[in-house]
Write a new protein. Structure first.
Length: 260
């Protein structure tokens, strides 16, 4: 049976290595998305509630774009995949696509976990100003579409913590069960944290930002050394301060419900 996980991992082949491979691949998606967003300056009218009035709608242009795109993708079946989480889950239309039989990997309680509100806040209140240049070029719709790609990639990665947590639980249920029964968040956080892996992730994403974001020219002498499309230290900070802590939060939330 085909399954929801990226690539061709089957439910039985779900291992810590296979879920980590997926997290590594998703780094590429996130970094390319950030690079694409840097094509536009900050374009603040896209986030300003009083910039435009769309009929029957109140909110910013970016909210309008995300909400309407999610409604369309919901009809096409996007959110029937347990890896996908909407930013505006209320009033989403049902899927009109034929149902797909995703292999059930996660505990059913997983469906109740959606931390996209925190991801949205982090992206717009903290991250964007760190990598988008000041300015306004009027491309608000394309900017919003670009933001949506970043948000989706970050959301997918962070909520993938559900799969990471499931693997960790299956590999050592006896270690996790007492902390789950006593609903001890701190103990769970300690159990699932692997600092050496976090250090590697921070270094690898900075390196990827250098490799993916360098200027490629045929003339070696002309290469602008040390100039990257997205600052590698910002990408490393994104992971250290937000992506990994939020992925761990998803893991804790999932594990707390794992024995329900
Ligand atoms: O690789 C793991 O073991 C994970 O749980 C994933 C992850 C991450 O978000 O990258 C989160 C917690 C660990 O401390 C290390 C890395």
């Amino acid at each position: 049976m085909a399954m929801a996980l990226n690539d061709s991992v089957s439910a039985n082949a779900l291992t810590l290595d296979s879920v980590r491979d997926s997290l590594v691949r998703q780094e590429d998606t996130i970094i390319f998305a950030l690079i694409e967003r840097t094509r536009f300056p900050i374009n603040s009218p896209a986030y300003n509630h009083s910039y435009a009035k769309f009929p029957g709608y109140s909110g910013s242009l970016v909210q309008f774009v995300v909400r309407e795109t999610e409604a369309l993708l919901a009809k096409a079946g996007k959110f029937t995949n347990p890896e996908e989480h909407p930013f505006f889950p209320t009033d989403l239309p049902p899927s009109e696509a034929p149902p797909y039989n995703y292999t059930k990997v996660l505990h059913p309680a997983a469906a109740s976990i959606n931390i996209n509100k925190s991801i949205w806040k982090m992206y717009f209140d903290e991250l964007l100003a760190l990598f988008a240049t000041p300015g306004d070029d009027g491309n608000y719709a394309s900017t919003a579409a670009s933001d949506l790609v970043c948000l989706q990639a970050l959301s997918r990665r962070i909520h993938y913590g559900k799969f990471v947590a499931e693997v960790k639980f299956r590999e050592s249920p006896r270690e996790y069960e007492p902390a789950i029964r006593s609903q001890d968040r701190d103990a769970l956080m300690k159990l699932l944290t692997v600092e050496s892996v976090e250090e590697m992730v921070k270094k690898r994403v900075a390196k990827k930002a250098m490799v993916f974001g360098q200027e490629v020219t045929l003339d070696n002498n002309n290469a602008k050394k040390g100039k990257y499309k997205v600052d590698p230290s910002v990408v490393s900070r994104l992971y250290a301060e937000w992506v990994m802590p939020l992925t761990k939060l998803v893991q804790v939330e999932y594990l707390l419900r794992r024995l329900d």
